[in-house]
Design a protein around this ligand. Structure first.
Ligand code: 13P
Length: 340
């Protein structure tokens, strides 16, 4: 079992490949579709995701795995092929979001706890049978006046580790995602300090709950200033601080770290990853597990129209290629212009 987990975790962070986070919940995909004037019907959601998974070049060359939502893992393409089969045939690993979202945490105003542990063992078994070989659980930590509290950090770390243990027992690789949000006006130092606390606590809980670190993938935020911060940070500063933080918190047996984009612009998310990889000398692979930073461009290009499918696939392939170059430390802004 451990060999199987390790092999999948390594495949998820294979050189020059990263993860497509296409696991938007029903409410999140509705928000994305609203922005491009598309009704969030089951067929539209299917058509859009089918378009991504049939982007053959992107899927084969740049995508190691795809995180799906419960509805999607059960859906079939227009011609009747299960969407999971399209992903697997492209050589990527199908994955599944298993958390039930972040809910208000009692006695901690403004903070949340991610739910979804009840019955998870049974659901994981079903997802394995449907083809999932990895899973995702996202904990959300907000920075604000007087928060985060230790209560929120600790309870979320505990739930992440409970989830990870259930996954590994079910032969599913857990993506452990403690996301410190970039909303707010805090500076980069505050993001560093909070993320450090969150990662230290998370790895402590993973240890207490006997997680095999070789058989997991960490999905953290980068160390960045809040979106409303007056103090901006350079690409070099983000890269240097993020790598320093990760080196101090993430054991080197963890095979890979796949970042979330978290609301950064497409190009920022790419440039930051590239700058980190260029620093070199890292004990783990660094790559992407982007939702918005891979999908904003194709969503806009598609806008719900079948005749825009090729343009949307080209936009997706372009972003996937840029991030693949970044994961190899070979990206440059000249590459952006060349292919755009
Ligand atoms: P973003 O890259 O849009 O932050 O999404 C990644 C993800 O899966 C968040 O859980």
């Amino acid at each position: 079992m451990t060999a199987e987990l390790d092999t999948i975790a390594q495949k998820m962070v294979a050189d020059g490949k990263g993860i497509l986070a296409a696991d938007e919940s029903s409410s999140t995909i509705k928000k994305r579709f609203d922005a491009i004037g598309v009704a969030s019907t089951e067929d539209n959601r299917r058509d859009y995701r089918e378009l991504l998974f049939r982007s053959t070049e992107a899927m084969k060359k740049y995508i190691s795995g795809v995180i799906l939502f419960d509805e999607t893992i059960r859906q079939k393409a227009k011609d009747g092929t299960p969407l999971v089969t399209l992903i697997a045939e492209a050589g990527a690993v199908p994955g599944i979001k298993v958390d039930a979202g972040a809910k208000p945490l009692p006695f901690c105003p403004g903070e949340t706890i991610t739910e979804g542990l009840d019955g998870l063992a049974g659901r994981l078994k079903e997802y394995y049978d449907l083809g999932a070989r990895f899973a995702k659980w996202r904990a959300v930590i907000d920075i604000g006046a007087g928060i985060p509290s230790y209560t929120a950090i600790r309870t979320n770390a505990h739930a992440l580790a409970r989830y990870a243990a259930l996954c590994q027992e079910a032969k599913i690789v857990p993506i452990v995602e403690p996301e410190v949000l970039m909303d707010g006006d805090h500076d980069i130092e505050r993001c560093y300090e909070v993320t450090e606390f969150v990662l230290k606590e998370t790895f402590q809980e993973l240890y207490y709950q006997r997680i095999r670190l070789e058989g997991m993938v960490l999905k953290p935020n980068m160390v960045v200033p809040g979106k409303k911060s007056a103090k901006k940070a350079s690409v070099e500063e983000v890269a240097e601080k993020t790598v320093r933080l990760l080196k101090s918190c993430v054991p080197s047996v963890v095979p890979g770290i796949a970042f979330l984009s978290g609301g950064q612009s497409d190009e920022e998310a790419t440039a930051h990853l590239d700058a980190m990889v260029k620093l070199g000398g890292l004990p783990w692979k660094l790559t992407y597990s982007y939702g918005r930073a891979l999908q904003a461009a194709p969503q806009k290009a598609w806008s719900g129209k079948a005749e825009n499918m090729a343009a949307a696939q080209a936009a997706f392939t372009h972003r996937a290629r840029m991030n693949s170059l970044a994961a190899l430390g070979q990206w440059s802004s000249a590459e952006e212009k060349k292919a755009a």
